[in-house]
Write a protein that binds this ligand. Structure first.
Ligand code: NAD
Length: 427
């Protein structure tokens, strides 16, 4: 089967259906990764040579012939428990970009879940839709999520879903109707629904910890941002709430968003003293301010943007903000910009899901939001005394914690993956 990772996933979907090889995996249960079928060697070569491949325990995929979708579940590390992370739906430009996104995000979830002390490993799933995901509605959408739910069921609990980009609690309801490995389901069926508001509150407390660290303070009950100017990129579910909290604490916001309706809503809601809209992206990056809060897309801290930035600190919600986690963390440290690791301060979404898994208790969520402040402050202090970047420090903590086995179930995710291989999953 001819596979070109630089071509559209739609081409791969067609070829897979034609050849009858609609499922596959790359797993690492021993010394070297193995592929389900030699016909898929091009995917094996791409994944195993990717700089984002960090010994992922299992990457499983399925082409769904009825909907012409491609489903991927990437499981990075499962010592602490099942690989858990959101289900993202997107129309990817290339097959390579799709696999890269899945494996990068899965590793990020390992770090996030471990540092939040959750008994979950790291995973992420993506659905490549053959059309714009926002236009996919009605029974067509339901079929995509029904069949995706069955794909996840076939992984036997090695991975657990949550809501993510372009997916909703209603989509989670459909997935959950087809397996029991799904969170962020609607509240009326025992779920916790959309976690964004909690994510935003956690990001805000992390941001406040950063401000206090720079000011030599430690008092989470005293939040005054009246001398702070914050650049917010993306005023969606999380970015909007973050803007509100900054404004309520007396701070000033400059925002950049690509959506015209969002910009109109900003004009209707805030005064120009509270929130200014910047239309030009380069001018936005160069704006002199205290804090930059990326709340739209990942990999936007890179070789092109770092020289433009004129802030003291970066604290935002987007996942994987650093294009290169090592080089760009070092570049920011060298430039004197304090970078608050995304996986430390945007953890509240997944913490909310974990809370749902064990029976939802809002009071404990409030405690966890305050913990983001404490954890961030301690991390920044440790990084400062070691003269290293908070990202480097956080990665070390994550590496250590993510290798701790679940106290009751041990490294069960790996056992599940081994069993899937033994059972000849996909053939
Ligand atoms: P969202 O889709 O609700 O909002 C994204 C916003 O960014 C939209 O207003 C959109 O118009 C804007 N946008 C998109 N591309 C842009 C660009 N290139 N430049 C500027 N603006 C752009 O998403 P969200 O739920 O608010 O999540 C924001 C980010 O935080 C995402 O990266 C997401 O993965 C991450 N995150 C979200 C949660 C959560 O609970 N929602 C949890 C953890 C991480």
């Amino acid at each position: 089967m001819k596979i070109n990772l630089n071509n559209s996933p739609d081409e791969f979907v067609q070829n897979a259906i034609k050849s009858g090889i609609t499922r596959g995996y790359v797993v690492l249960t021993g010394q070297t990764p193995q592929i389900s079928n030699q016909e898929l060697a091009d995917i094996y070569n791409y994944i195993s040579n990717s700089p984002d491949y960090q010994g992922h325990e299992g990457i499983f995929w399925e082409v769904d012939a009825p909907t012409k979708s491609l489903y991927v579940a990437a499981i990075h590390r499962t010592n602490r428990g099942a690989g858990q992370g959101g289900t993202r739906m997107k129309h990817y430009q290339t097959l390579g970009a799709l696999f890269t996104d899945a494996i990068r995000l899965a590793k990020g979830m390992t770090d996030k879940n471990a540092c939040a002390n959750l008994w979950w490993g790291g995973g992420k799933s993506v659905i490549h839709s053959n059309q714009n995901p926002r236009e996919l509605q009605g029974t067509e959408r339901e079929t995509v999520f029904t069949n995706f739910g069955r794909f996840i069921a076939s992984l036997n609990g090695a991975y657990v879903c949550a809501e993510d980009m372009n997916t909703t609690p209603e989509d989670m309801r459909v997935i959950h109707a087809n397996n029991r490995f799904c969170t962020c389901i609607p509240q009326e069926i025992g779920g916790s629904s959309n976690p964004s508001i909690f994510t935003a509150r956690g990001v805000f407390m992390g941001l406040v910890a950063g401000v206090h660290h720079l000011a030599g303070k430690d008092d989470k009950t005293n939040i005054d941002l009246s001398d702070q100017h914050v650049l917010v990129q993306g005023a969606g579910n999380v970015g909007w709430s973050l803007m509100e909290q900054v404004v309520n604490a007396g701070g000033r916001v400059t925002v950049f968003d690509i959506n015209e309706n969002t910009k109109q809503k900003i004009r209707d809601t805030f005064t120009t003293e509270q929130v200014t809209i910047q239309e030009d992206l380069n001018t936005f990056y160069q704006t002199e301010a205290d804090i930059f809060a990326p709340c739209a897309i990942g990999a936007i801290i890179n070789d092109e943007t770092i020289p433009l930035l004129n802030v003291k600190m970066i604290a935002g919600a987007a996942n994987n903000q650093l294009k290169d986690a090592v080089a760009h963390a070092e570049a920011l440290h060298a430039k004197g910009i304090l970078y608050l690791p995304d996986f430390i301060i945007n953890r509240m979404g997944i913490v909310n899901c974990a809370n749902e898994q064990y029976g939802y208790l809002l009071d404990t969520i409030e405690e966890k939001i305050l913990e983001v402040y404490d954890f961030t402050l301690q991390l920044l202090d440790r990084a400062k005394s070691n003269d290293t970047s908070p990202e480097f420090m956080a990665m070390q903590i994550a590496e250590q914690l993510s290798r701790v086995d679940h106290p009751i179930w041990g490294h069960r995710g790996m056992q599940l993956i081994k069993q899937l291989v033994k059972d000849d999953w996909g053939n």
